[in-house]
Design a protein around this ligand. Structure first.
Ligand code: SF4
Length: 430
């Protein structure tokens, strides 16, 4: 039996409200997709305390436009809910991102999932990671509609972030940490299986290219996408921004789990045409990683796209902080299909990710960074400091965050310089 096609609505233009309204209209009209008298939860990406101009969080004006559109359907209640990234305060993120002000002005409720005490344990049937149950807020499970509101951005641990990744932010820190200790892609799919958004509206007004999420380069893409299918909307977002989807592993997993359609033959794009909206994003997480840093011995056979992306950000960050040359000659290993010669001294080897643990038999003194994928800056900090940094124990608070704050400006200058170089080489990039 052939699968039903998915529809993705695509709108382009400077007016955010007009784009959001158009997308809802293309999906059948807001009165038809949202039932009158219901409770509607909006889940933006407000994972970090960053202002709107950085494009780290969903643009508050997109949140406002969706609230105003949903109000036309006369819901009983609208709640904007989020659980910010590990170590981040959700309410602070709402405030700095501009979403709190929008919620107050529009008269809708804000909910911090991290602080919610009324949790319901939900079994994950047929779980693919080792998460067999998830505790979720009752209000989220009992909501009539969940609207996923991701921002389109390059992402160091997933290549890019869109609808599929944004639902990861409905869990509290403990589950979030467990997800990062194992296969994050599988864990994300497990969360989707118990908390499925029925509508996805993607903020691609100013998408974040570059070394996002922590060092984004916002670009004026001026698009809004909408779909009931999270896989299809992410696929179309990639098509319209020139992201090579064969380099994004989680599409395969998402399709296998039956979450939605990946194949463009199974997706109908309505509204604007992809070719009329095309805007090439700078995503430095894609390409051949084995030869990109010839001063290092990089072995990445069997590495997932997540670890390849992390390799890219960390090797460039080593350059930015001036620690690249002095550590040249080190061997960096990602993925489980590599050969590591016996004669490489253990102290010259960094094993990145859970699946490289097996090489410790042969090289017990190598640095082994835990995580699947590991913490974003773990690799460059391990190489720079000559000690294993993976966020275990107190490292997150005592080493990782202070080092990221220390290196932020030099890294920012480096990234924006690289973007200018990239634009000169790729004239279609604006
Ligand atoms: S640790 Fe291994 S399995 Fe996990 S994301 Fe990295 S390469 Fe993939």
């Amino acid at each position: 039996m052939s699968k039903a096609k998915s529809t993705v609505a695509l709108a382009k233009g400077d007016d955010i409200q007009a784009n959001v309204t158009r997308v809802f209209d293309l999906m059948g009209g807001v009165q038809n997709v949202i039932r009158k008298g219901t409770t509607v939860v909006l889940k933006p990406n407000a994972g970090h305390a960053e202002p709107p101009e950085t494009s780290v969080c969903t643009n508050p004006e997109v949140v406002r436009a969706v609230i105003r559109e949903v109000k036309k359907a006369e819901p009983k209640k609208i709640i904007v809910a989020e659980a910010a990234a590990i170590g981040c305060d959700t309410m602070e993120c709402f405030k700095v991102s501009g979403i709190q002000a929008v919620a107050e002005e529009e008269g809708v409720e804000l909910a911090d999932i991290k602080r919610d005490k009324d949790l319901v344990k939900v079994a994950v049937r047929g779980f693919r990671s080792n998460i067999d149950s998830v505790k979720l807020p009752r209000f989220l499970l009992e909501a009539d509609h969940l609207i996923n509101l991701p921002i389109l951005k390059a992402h160091a641990s997933m290549v890019f972030s869109g609808a599929l990744k944004n639902i990861k932010g409905v869990v509290q820190d403990k589950v979030h940490m467990d997800m990062h200790k194992q296969n994050l892609t599988m864990a994300m799919m497990d969360v989707w299986s118990v908390c499925r958004a029925d509508i996805n509206i993607m903020d691609a007004h100013r998408a974040a290219s570059g070394y996002s999420p922590h060092m984004p380069v916002p670009i004026d893409t001026h698009m809004i996408l909408g779909s009931k299918d999270p896989v299809a909307i992410d696929r179309v977002a990639c098509e319209v921004t020139g992201i090579d989807t064969s380099a994004v592993d989680y599409f395969k997993v998402a399709e296998e789990t039956g979450l939605g359609n990946y194949d463009m033959d199974q997706i109908e794009v309505v509204g604007e045409k992809i070719e009329d909206c095309f805007y090439k994003m700078w995503i430095p997480y894609i390409g051949d990683m084995s030869t990109r840093w010839p001063e290092y011995d990089v072995r990445c056979k069997g590495g997932c796209s997540s670890c390849q992306a992390l390799l890219a950000i960390n090797m460039e960050e080593l350059k930015a902080v001036g620690a690249y040359d002095e550590n040249a000659g080190m061997t960096v290993v990602i993925g489980g299909l590599n050969e590591i010669p016996e004669d490489i001294p253990d102290e010259k080897i960094v094993l990145h990710g859970n699946c490289t643990k097996k090489y410790l038999k042969q090289h017990p003194g190598a640095y082994h960074i835990l995580g699947c994928p590991p913490n974003e800056p773990a690799l460059y900090l391990t190489i720079q400091r000559h000690e294993t940094i993976d966020g275990t124990g107190d490292q997150e608070d005592e080493i990782i965050r202070p080092c990221m704050a220390r290196d932020a400006q030099v890294w920012k200058d480096y990234v924006f310089k690289k973007f200018e170089e990239y634009k000169k080489e790729n004239t279609e990039v604006k």
